[in-house]
Design a binder for this molecule. Structure first.
Ligand code: ADP
Length: 274
């Protein structure tokens, strides 16, 4: 297991450069706001955890970073998001998604061989290096190479859930992204497989910036450098809407949050210590 402190990484004491800046960002579905007014920065080579109750808009916000919401009919993203200072809306979504990979809640390998799962993205993106080498490197990066090197042409669906999720991470890494978005990537896994992925993410942040939605507070505390807590606010005579309540280094969120709602969420039943 990891030697990392339970309160997130002490390895990034210096502020990292900001790579995303969000100003007053919101998402509406069919004109109804799901999340509103999010202003925050995301820092390079850090793991940023998004926590909060179901329905507060964490996944909706996550999908803003690679413009995935633009594929959902009647969905609007408001506000301003920049990536390395460039307005996201002006960027080509296909090349953007190459730089910003995504891993979903349920492992979703293609029902093809393990090898194909990695190689197909490389081929589609006209990778001009050695594909066999890249497949090996990507599988090794997620600790899967030794487990699968003798069955690369077996169907990926023969792997366990944890192995499938590591394969999906390897598939993302093969394209050499800069940022990886993760939407509850371990929620469908057993604790041992989930722990392996936590260890992997902590090792990966040396090379990548990671944003992870999680309902698992222990996971957020363990792996994140910074945590954003979102909550659902009820607007009189209107629907509920998600808001960013507090965004701070992990230790602050879990030990001395500044907002009573954060306190209630991370230490339920206890009284806000102010
Ligand atoms: P969380 O990730 O915090 O659970 P979501 O972003 O999934 O929250 O959802 C926020 C709100 O937006 C919820 O009320 C949800 O029903 C709504 N929502 C999410 N996706 C869609 C969609 N594709 N169409 C319509 N409403 C959606």
């Amino acid at each position: 297991m990891t030697t990392q402190s339970v309160w997130g990484s002490p390895s990034n004491p210096q502020p990292q450069p900001s790579i995303f800046s969000l100003e007053n960002v919101g998402v509406t579905y069919h004109g109804t706001p799901a999340i509103q007014g999010v202003t925050m920065d995301i820092y390079q080579n850090q793991i940023t955890g998004f926590i909060g109750p179901s329905g507060c808009g964490k996944s909706s916000l996550l999908r803003c970073f690679n413009r995935l919401n633009s594929l959902i009919p009647d969905t609007q993203v408001m506000g301003r998001i920049t990536f390395h200072g460039q307005e996201l809306k002006q960027m080509n979504p296909v090349s953007l998604r190459r730089r910003i990979g995504m891993v979903f809640q349920r492992p979703n390998p293609f029902p093809k061989s393990i090898y194909h799962n990695i190689a197909v993205g490389l081929r589609v993106n006209h990778y001009n290096g050695n594909i066999d080498e890249r497949v090996e490197q990507s599988l090794a990066a997620v600790g899967l190479w030794e487990e699968v090197k003798n069955k690369l042409h077996h169907n990926a669906l023969e792997l366990s859930g944890g192995q499938q999720q590591r394969l999906c991470i390897a598939r993302t890494l093969a394209l050499n992204p800069e940022v990886i978005l993760m939407d509850e990537p371990t929620s469908s896994l057993d604790p041992i497989s989930a722990g392996r992925i936590d260890d992997l993410l902590m090792a990966m942040k040396r090379h990548y910036t990671i944003i992870i939605v999680t309902h698992n507070l222990k996971q957020a505390a363990l792996i994140s450098d910074r945590v954003a807590f979102f909550n659902v606010e009820t607007i009189p005579n209107r629907n509920h809407v998600g808001r960013l309540v507090e965004y701070a280094p992990t230790l602050d969120i879990f030990v001395h949050p500044s907002q009573p709602a954060t306190w209630e969420y991370v230490i339920p039943g206890s009284r806000y210590a102010g």
